[in-house]
Design a protein around this ligand. Sequence first.
Ligand code: PGA
Length: 255
Amino acid sequence: MNKRTTPLIVGNWKTTPATKEEAVKFIKALEKKCATSKKKLPKKSYYLAVPSVFIAHLAPLAKHGYIGAQNVSGQSLGQTTGGEIPSQLSSAGASFAIIGHSEVRKTGETQEARAIKVALSLQQNLTTIFCVGEKTRDKEGSYLKELEDDIRISFTDIPRNLFSNLIIAYEPVWAIGSKTPATPTECFEVVIALRRAIASLIGIDYAKKVHILYGGAVTKDTATTFLEEGGVDGLLIGRSSQEIVAFFDIITTTH
Ligand code: PGA
């Protein structure tokens, strides 16, 4: 099986690094590596979801990639304390936002709140990476139905013309932060189920085209296998994006 598209390599820095200075140093070093890479890379070869306070500092430096947010507030402009709404993130320099990451879901984010966040983020022209993934697997495969339902409920009210800016990330919760990723076969099975859910919601043409990423314990040793055998168009990477050599290795091995 072949890679379908130019891979989307998305890093998720989570609550790292500790300071703006470290973040700037990382991006400058990564940019240097991209600029002098022996392997020919596309003009933009990485996405990095960073702590939101760093976005305005990093976006102007990221010539070979995109800087984005790890979450958005679903509140409207006004009198709510805490969180950044999509227009604020976008004007700070964010090109994209992750929504529905399991670590955000865990804090009590509701299905309804997620659907609002997706709509607001897309309306603001942020490329929106929506995460889904099962907590556990059962032999009967009911987790597939759970994931399909999640997609249907979250996207039902999204205007069709906004879908082109939506990306889905399959992140099995049991793989995130663990030593063991899903197998490419396990990933492929879910990708088919997700495309099926999208086809019934929006149509088969879009379902074939939508970019789907895999995330959960990806390293440079497993990255290419997911693209070649897992049916995905890119990767969402936590730990291996927080270390410059590991992240750059993934960028070069996958392109
Ligand atoms: P991990 O995290 O690569 O460290 O497992 C992935 C994620 O949380 O997106």
